[in-house]
Design a protein around this ligand. Structure first.
Ligand code: FE
Length: 347
């Protein structure tokens, strides 16, 4: 009898040991695909013994997949590249809040979701600025050194920008709603539409190249696309970047709009402890350098600096003034902004 009971106990023990062994994995859904991220993941596995299984897709694809998989989703951690999308994942109930002193201490409040009693739904791990690029021959720098001036009549027919509904623009416009108020922000959007050189099409790099081809004189782009062109050895890119100037807008007012790439723990994560460990690792100084530098971005964690020559050249040798509003508020404005875009005919 005793022997039998012991036997059963040892079977149970064996089962729970193998379950623990199985827990040493992390299923990651990532919208980031940079070669430096491979080293980032390898270092995490080396330090913790936790193996990473990765699924790559873009932000929209990951959110759609999580919804379709529902409770059966194997995802533990989600990495996305825009505050509006992170906010959407939160609102759609795809994440679970995290309580972590390490994350709360490392990541400034404006770069993470608003914390509730359960914890914080998502964290930003790198920042990118939404900058203005202009033709140095045809446009005066002082005519494009604020976002407000993009709507000024003197810039009529000069501006190229990607679709207004793209998350990068939804976040920029959501920030403008915070800075200017709804009425002024909508009037501003109307002014930008009136100043477009062409209907919105393509990505940020296409807008910069539009300045090179002469189709546009002013373009709006995320900073890392500019940095990528600045680091390019392609002669065409070099010629393009000699022709254009880069402005970090609103340096003498509320600062340049910045967005984030960030992460969250999936709602139905089975490896929850590993997931939190991974997010805490991303906030560490070592990981911050890989995470930010791999895509020419700035780290979010307090006290971490990155040395990146393209970023330094672009921002005039160092720091620039960025806006201080919480990105959670920016993300929350996206539905309102989409309605404004429809009203002013911003495609
Ligand atoms: Fe991008």
């Amino acid at each position: 009898m005793i022997k039998k009971a012991l036997g059963a106990a040892s079977v149970l023990l064996a089962v729970s040991v193998s379950a623990t062994a199985q827990e040493q994995v992390l299923n990651l859904y990532s919208a980031r695909h940079y070669s430096t991220d491979e080293a980032l993941y390898a270092n995490f596995t080396k330090a913790t013994g936790i193996k990473i299984n990765r699924v790559d897709a873009d932000d929209a694809g990951i959110l759609a997949r999580l919804k379709a998989e529902g409770a059966a989703s194997p995802a533990d951690v989600i990495l996305l590249v825009d505050a509006a999308r992170l906010h959407k994942g939160e609102v759609d109930g795809l994440f679970q809040a995290v309580k972590s002193k390490a994350l709360d201490d490392a990541i400034p409040a404006r770069y993470r979701a608003k914390a509730g009693p359960e914890g914080t739904p998502w964290f930003g791990f790198s920042t990118r600025a939404r900058v203005i690029v202009y033709d140095k021959v045809k446009v005066k720098r002082e005519d494009v050194d604020t976002y407000e001036e993009l709507a000024d009549a003197r810039n009529k027919g000069k501006i190229c920008i990607r679709s207004g509904s793209h998350p990068y623009n939804l976040s920029l416009f959501g920030a403008l709603v915070e800075h200017l108020g709804e009425q002024k922000a909508e009037a501003w959007l109307k002014g930008v539409v009136a100043n477009l050189a062409r209907d919105p099409k393509g990505g940020d790099t296409d807008q910069i190249k539009g300045v090179g081809s002469g189709e546009c004189q002013i373009a709006v782009s995320n900073s890392y696309y500019v940095a990528r062109l600045l680091r390019s050895s392609n002669p065409e890119d070099k010629a393009l970047m000699e022709r254009v100037g880069v402005v970090f807008p609103n340096q003498s007012s509320w600062g340049t709009h910045v967005n984030i790439a960030g992460g969250a723990v999936a709602k139905n994560a089975r490896n929850q402890a590993n997931a939190v460990k991974f997010l805490e690792y991303l906030a560490s100084p070592e990981a911050q350098n890989y995470f930010a530098n791999g895509n020419n971005e700035w780290p979010t964690a307090k006290g971490v600096k990155v040395s990146n020559t393209a970023l330094q050249a672009m921002s005039g040798g160092g720091d620039f003034k960025s806006e201080t509003i919480p990105l959670a508020a920016v993300g929350a404005n996206q539905v309102k902004v989409q309605q404004m875009l429809d009203r002013v005919g911003f495609k």
